[in-house]
Design a protein around this ligand. Structure first.
Ligand code: FES
Length: 150
């Protein structure tokens, strides 16, 4: 019940150009946002998102790295959430480890499941490194609960 309520929470933070949309219930705590742009995403502050902390372009770049899409944005002039241009963006693939968290793969990639089915993933995808996920091979944020180090 508490988890269901958390999943419904949506908060918005605007500057003159965009509105950042924050959905804490789907966050997997990859932590790239605050590790890479603390001026905007600071979990120690309230509110934790400061839409005046960096340029709009820099914030968009960071939001696009959010693997769970707990962070998205829309242009204030359009009022619709901007997801990545799935088929045209991120032609190069980048693999990196989130500290104490998932393996992050940025790019458009096919993922073959145990059943042999191929799922296409776009943008940034988080793969579990801790072994605790309930949604393998993807990270579901359980590494936080497990206090995973690595
Ligand atoms: S690394 Fe996130 S659930 Fe395992």
């Amino acid at each position: 019940m508490e988890e269901d309520k958390r999943r419904e929470i949506v908060k918005e933070y605007s500057n003159k150009d965009i509105t950042i949309v924050w959905k804490p219930g789907i966050c997997i705590h990859a932590t790239f946002c605050w590790r890479e742009l603390l001026e905007v995403f600071d979990p120690e502050k309230r509110p934790w998102v400061n839409p005046a902390g960096a340029s709009t372009e820099r914030m968009i770049m960071q939001i696009d790295r959010c693997p769970s899409k707990a962070l998205t944005y829309y242009y204030n002039s359009k009022k619709e959430t901007v997801m990545e241009e799935e088929s045209t963006k991120k032609e190069e693939i980048l693999v990196e480890m989130a500290p104490d968290g998932p393996l992050m793969v940025t790019g458009n990639i096919p993922v073959k499941g145990k059943d042999g089915k191929i799922e296409l993933k776009y943008g940034t995808t988080a793969f579990c490194r801790c072994g605790g996920t309930k949604n393998p091979p993807y990270c579901d944020g359980t590494h936080i609960v497990n206090h995973f180090k690595g």
